[in-house]
Design a protein around this ligand. Structure first.
Ligand SMILES: Cc1cc2nc3c(=O)[nH]c(=O)nc-3n(C[C@H](O)[C@H](O)[C@H](O)COP(=O)(O)OP(=O)(O)OC[C@H]3O[C@@H](n4cnc5c(N)ncnc54)[C@H](O)[C@@H]3O)c2cc1C
Length: 308
């Protein structure tokens, strides 16, 4: 059991008590932030990715030890945690996330947040998270404060969208900022699956070039699978002379770039980004009025779109 221990009984009981509220809290947090909204559902996946079991082969609560913490840019860190059994993988399906728990000293209840692992789910021994730190962010601040050797309590993996290889001919992924993590997990799983033939278009919008996290990995996939993956970048505030097109992810850009017929069951759009971006692209439903998003205006029915 390298570096990882099960929760002490008292902690497990406390966490179990809040566990049932955990998903609600995660869901509420995501609704509050309007960032990654969708309640977890049972999930299958290609290539045996439907394996059940959490870190170390068990679904449930776990304590993982931080192996390394790498600063990716001024607000984002890549955190690699050891799994209980170095020979087993995390049992992650496409698409899934974990819930992190920590209890601030002055709080009654633990802070529970969902995060999407970005590691290749077939590689044994570890889970890797890419975490963006928000000003006064309770979970992200805590995760950024962890040092190698520190431990983190998690529950998972939690299944999300019920992914089936080749269900769609055209898979469009629209990501904003830290919303790249579920998209990257999906891209990696699809492209590493030799049976998967779907074509993927990723539209990745960020504020500045430094926010283009995972670009190196995306470039490598694009090079290796030129017929399967195409990435379009948009930077709203690029430096002068930047190689990237300036702008946001607009209706015009989506109209030009999205793959496949919009009214066909063979086309799917996945979306994950900050609240303003999701509202502009997907729309939002208020108590008094509802706003149609760019995708709706372009003719994409709601069931063609999945918000993480
Ligand atoms: C299924 C799922 C998967 C996720 N995966 C990841 C992941 O892989 N990596 C990652 O970094 N995050 C991910 N998130 C978001 C993450 O769960 C937290 O919501 C985020 O880290 C902020 O939590 P916090 O406790 O630090 O901030 P809080 O203490 O909740 O909020 C602090 C401040 O930050 C602002 N804020 C919080 N979230 C956002 C946001 N998204 N955009 C703009 N302002 C915000 C709040 O409005 C508030 O002012 C995921 C969310 C979901 C639902």
């Amino acid at each position: 059991m390298s570096g990882v221990r099960p929760f002490p009984r008292k902690t497990t009981a406390a966490i179990a008590a809040v566990g049932i509220f955990g998903l609600c809290a995660a869901r509420k947090a995501s609704l509050r932030n309007e960032t990654f909204a969708e309640s977890p559902k049972p999930c299958g996946g290609p290539r045996g990715l439907e394996r059940r079991g959490g870190p170390g082969g068990r679904m449930g609560f776990h304590t993982m030890r931080l192996e390394s913490s790498i600063q990716v840019n001024d607000n984002t860190k890549r955190l690699r945690f050891q799994l209980p059994d170095p020979a087993s993988n995390a049992g992650l399906s496409l698409t899934s996330f974990i819930l992190t728990f920590h209890k601030p000293r002055d709080a009654w209840f633990p802070v529970i947040r969902p995060y999407t692992p970005i590691n290749d789910s077939d590689e044994p021994g570890y889970i890797e998270l890419l975490v963006k730190k928000y000003p006064n962010g309770r979970a992200s601040g805590y995760l950024h404060s962890l040092q190698p050797g520190d431990t983190l309590n998690i529950r998972g993996p939690m299944p999300s969208y019920k992914w089936k290889a080749n269900e769609f001919e055209h898979v469009n992924l629209i990501a904003g900022g830290a919303g790249i993590t579920p998209m990257y997990q999906l891209i990696q799983g699809m492209l590493n699956n030799p049976d998967d033939r779907s074509k993927i278009k990723l539209i990745f919008g960020v504020n500045t070039e430094k926010d283009l996290v995972m670009k190196k990995e995306l470039d490598a996939f694009e090079q290796k699978f030129p017929d399967r993956l195409k990435v379009v970048y948009r930077v709203s505030d690029p430096v002068e002379g930047s190689q990237f097109a300036k702008g946001r992810v607009t209706k015009e850009l989506l109209e030009k770039e999205l793959l496949g017929p919009k009214d066909s069951k063979t086309t799917k759009v996945f979306l994950c980004g900050p609240p303003a971006m999701e509202a502009a692209i997907f729309g939002n439903k208020g108590w008094i009025s509802s706003q149609k998003g760019a995708l709706g205006e372009l003719g994409y029915a709601a069931d063609r779109i999945h918000k993480f």
